[in-house]
Design a protein around this ligand. Structure first.
Ligand SMILES: C[S@@+](CC[C@H](N)C(=O)[O-])C[C@H]1O[C@@H](n2cnc3c(N)ncnc32)[C@H](O)[C@@H]1O
Length: 323
């Protein structure tokens, strides 16, 4: 009861209600909120503090930036959803200024993407068209509902965009704020409010350990593990946050000898063998349930084979056997 009264008090102010409605639409920084709301920094910060204190919004740090978003679970989410339903949405002027903020972000993200696009394009030309890889990913994951997805090393958020229609909630983590800026923009434009991104390291995921029914039911590493010096540790960490019976999908290169990927493109590992991946799975308590290789285009000079390895936590495998 006290908690609910606290939340109602926090929301019971026109500016705070505007802030809450905006943060239900997008993750925004204080300076973006100042631009939209048109009030001074101390006032906006004070309102945000009150909303955070009541649990209606969450604050999270990404490098030197601090983002805010509406709380997405529990009573706080139910209350802000109910308030939103009682109103026609944020004031028209707020929505207009939110659109301007989004356009500015998109322009910045596009500039970064353009700078790196040539490099990414070259690597992409060495392996199967991404469309084929993505179709294979969807095929491997189909057939079971996905409540919570974690895209580890989400980069520009392409996997979140691909899987958004098939998941209830998704979060992508990455160590690069620039990549996350692109991902955030992509998710906002696509209207994928149920997908978020966070600055975090795959070796130390900011999530509780999974158990019985809680935790991620799918964790994905798409073209990430070859950048890591200890992929086995990242797999163990991913398994930690999965629920029992959860699935881990790795999409990466099969062992190759294209040394220039190491020298020119910061790949630490030149692909992986089945044996190595199976070793990680074993160490993480996962059992291989499927694998699939996707051949490179016939005309590619230096060829890279993409492979999908799907693991499932042993607990589910054992339950399956017993049933
Ligand atoms: C080639 S990109 C792949 C991005 C994305 N998975 C995709 O398929 O579009 C690799 C990403 O891994 C991220 N990364 C590298 N090391 C990481 C780590 N330890 N934790 C989280 N992300 C990491 C990089 O910042 C980069 O965005």
């Amino acid at each position: 009861m006290d908690r609910l009264v606290g939340m109602l008090r926090a929301a019971g102010d026109p500016t705070r209600l505007r802030l809450l409605l905006l943060l239900r639409q997008a993750e925004l920084t204080v300076s973006e909120l100042i631009e939209i709301i048109g009030q001074s920094q101390p006032r906006v910060s004070r309102h945000l503090k009150l909303l955070c204190g009541a649990g209606l919004i969450e604050r999270f740090k990404e490098g030197s930036w601090v983002f805010y978003r509406a709380t997405e679970e529990g009573e706080a989410a139910a209350l802000s959803q109910a308030l939103e339903a009682l109103l026609p949405g944020p004031p028209e002027a707020d929505l207009k200024r939110l659109a301007t903020v989004r356009e500015k972000r998109a322009a910045e993200a596009a500039a970064y993407f353009k700078e790196n696009a040539a490099e990414w394009g070259h690597i992409r030309s060495l392996y199967a068209p991404e469309r084929e890889v993505e179709t294979a990913i969807l095929r491997q994951l189909q057939g079971e509902p996905i409540q919570q997805l974690l895209d580890a090393g989400t980069g520009t958020g392409r996997m979140l965009e691909l899987l958004a229609p098939s998941v209830r909630r998704a979060v992508g983590v990455d160590v690069s704020p620039e990549m996350l800026a692109i991902a955030r923009d992509k998710l906002m434009r696509g209207g994928f409010a149920h997908c978020q991104v966070r600055l975090a390291d795959s070796y130390r995921l900011p999530f509780d350990s999974g158990n019985g029914e809680t935790g991620f039911d799918v964790v994905l590493f798409h073209q990430v593990l070859h950048y890591l010096d200890d992929p086995a540790a990242a797999v163990v960490e991913a398994a930690r946050v999965m629920r029992q019976g959860g699935r881990l999908l790795i999409a990466d290169f099969v062992q190759h000898d294209l040394e220039f990927l190491r020298t020119d493109y910061a790949h630490r590992r030149l692909g992986f063998s089945d044996k190595e991946v199976l070793g990680w799975f074993q160490a993480a308590g996962l059992k291989l349930s499927a694998s699939e290789a996707i051949a490179p285009p016939a005309e590619a000079k230096d060829k890279l084979i993409v492979k999908l390895w799907l693991g499932r936590s042993e607990a589910k495998a054992q339950q399956g056997k017993a049933a």
